[in-house]
Design a protein around this ligand. Structure first.
Ligand code: GLU
Length: 472
């Protein structure tokens, strides 16, 4: 959890500096990339019940090398300027890594959403959006928010509606925010995109025999053991997809109410049902309740997935972590100081700016859908399916054999929106992993994957500035 002594932004800067020395870029350019370009801190009054509350909120645009800027909005009482700046900076590097042509941004409202009713949350969200509009901090070509910790499709629909009210007739207005409900110009596959991206990234990572051998692991995702911290949107979908599509064994879960361990695997759907029925993950049949909330983080496992907030693996608990691979599904879960300890122990840390980039990747697809005003697949789905149908019929005619109905429907299917989204996401995650891995392999002085990811991202961002001739 965030605490007073921890500067998340400093942690990001520290990681940046570690990578910068490998880039050969001019110092001035590095300084420009590193800095947050625009920080908008606001306070606005909202009437809650009979009283007014003055709400503290932020929007930070870290880099304008590409527009619009992009990044989620977080609702949490731990929100502060340092945190939003750090998260905005991570968005810049994240977008560059996965070739999403945006600058980085982030928003935050310092509230605990659980302390407010739905109409109150709507009021706060609409007022926050109005503040963004007033300062020209939102728009399909300016800055495009999305969900983050404590927000979801519901809040995005309110943001869209508020924006539309003030931008009547603007043809691309629905591209002012992503992560919207599918019925409100959202895209299928966005909700689970971050978790799905984590799975694709992990599957690619563990597919390299030599890399796995160095960790004492076999290649391949099937049968790997996993511990997940945080069963929110990202953690839940990561666990669910890893289990169903990758044959991963989820042996531990850490949540707000405590943590559990089950060596022969936790059925994630059954656990979600248990949590819904009892209000807690504890006392799950066949599992052991562990002593503390964080205890599951220290279980022996192949893959540890911190999927909640920043700064959960610190110098305090890092020496006790026994995972072989840590996949940073959350932003900043491993502090810069803790990482040094983990690396010494030979743990592979897959950095946030890569492994959780699935969310913004599918946000990009949603934005493209909004600008094109049409669902992906609408034009070609039937055409493709008819072509495959003709092909199958021709094969049948030429061979004199008949293909069964079940097989036929698989062979002749045209792609739906969600198929295209998932395919684009899979391609993105695999390509980005290979880029990072190649960068790492090419430069023997790079010690860890985060540094390699930074170097790969900085190469792309700097190219935009250098093309302008500002930093010779
Ligand atoms: N909040 C998510 C992130 O940290 C998604 C951002 C987006 O879709 O713009 O990557």
């Amino acid at each position: 959890m965030s605490n007073k002594h921890f500067s998340f932004f400093k942690s990001v800067e520290k990681n940046f500096d570690k990578a910068a020395v490998h880039t050969g870029l001019p110092a001035g350019l590095l300084m420009q990339i590193k800095a947050c370009n625009a920080v908008y801190q606001m306070r606005f009054p909202v009437k809650i019940g009979r009283e007014y509350q003055v709400i503290e909120a932020y929007r930070v645009q870290h880099s304008h090398h590409r527009l619009p800027t992009k990044g989620g909005i977080r609702y949490s009482d731990a929100v502060n300027q340092d945190e939003v700046m750090a998260l905005a900076a991570l968005m810049t590097y994240k977008c560059a890594l996965v070739d999403v042509p945006f600058g980085g941004a982030k928003g935050g409202v310092a509230i605990n959403p659980k302390s407010y009713t739905v109409p109150q949350l709507q009021k706060i969200t609409r007022r926050y959006t109005t503040e963004l509009i007033r300062k020209n901090f939102i728009g399909p070509g300016i800055d495009v928010p999305a969900p983050d910790y404590g927000t979801g499709a519901r809040e995005m629909a309110w943001i869209l509606d508020t924006y539309l009210t003030f931008n009547h007739g603007q043809i691309d207005a629905v591209g002012c925010v992503t992560g919207k409900p599918v019925s409100q110009n959202g895209i299928r596959g966005r909700t689970e995109a971050t978790g799905r991206g984590v799975f694709y990234g992990l599957r690619e990572c563990v597919s390299y025999k030599d890399d796995m051998k160095a960790l004492g692991l076999e290649a391949g995702i099937e049968g790997k053991t996993m511990v997940v911290q945080g069963l929110g949107n990202v953690g839940y979908h990561t666990a669910r997809i890893s289990q169903h599509e990758g044959g991963v064994k989820i042996i531990g879960i850490a949540e707000y109410e405590g943590s559990i361990h089950k060596a022969d695997g936790i059925d994630i759907d059954a656990l979600m049902k248990h949590r819904k029925d009892t209000g807690s993950i504890l006392d799950f049949p066949g599992a052991t309740n562990l002593e503390t909330r964080e205890a599951a983080l220290e279980l022996e496992c192949d893959i540890l997935v911190p999927a909640a907030l920043e700064n959960v693996i610190t110098t305090e608990n890092a020496p006790r972590i026994k995972a072989k691979i840590i996949a940073e599904a959350a932003n900043g879960p491993v502090s810069a100081d803790a990482e040094a300890i983990l690396l010494k122990k030979g743990i592979l840390v897959i950095p946030d700016m890569y492994i959780n980039a699935g969310g913004v990747t599918v946000s990009y697809f949603e934005w493209l859908k909004n600008l094109s005003h049409m669902r992906f697949g609408r034009m070609e789905k039937r055409f493709n399916s008819n072509t495959y149908e003709n092909l199958v019929s021709t094969v049948e005619r030429l061979t004199g054999k008949t293909i069964g109905q079940k097989e036929r429907s698989v062979l002749t299917r045209g792609a739906d929106e969600v198929d295209l989204v998932n395919s684009g996401l899979e391609e993105t995650m695999i390509t980005a992993y290979r880029e990072i891995r190649d960068t790492w392999k090419r430069n023997k002085k790079i010690e860890d994957m985060r540094t390699a990811a930074f170097v790969a991202a900085l190469k792309k961002i700097s190219a935009d500035y250098l093309a302008l001739g500002i930093f010779p």
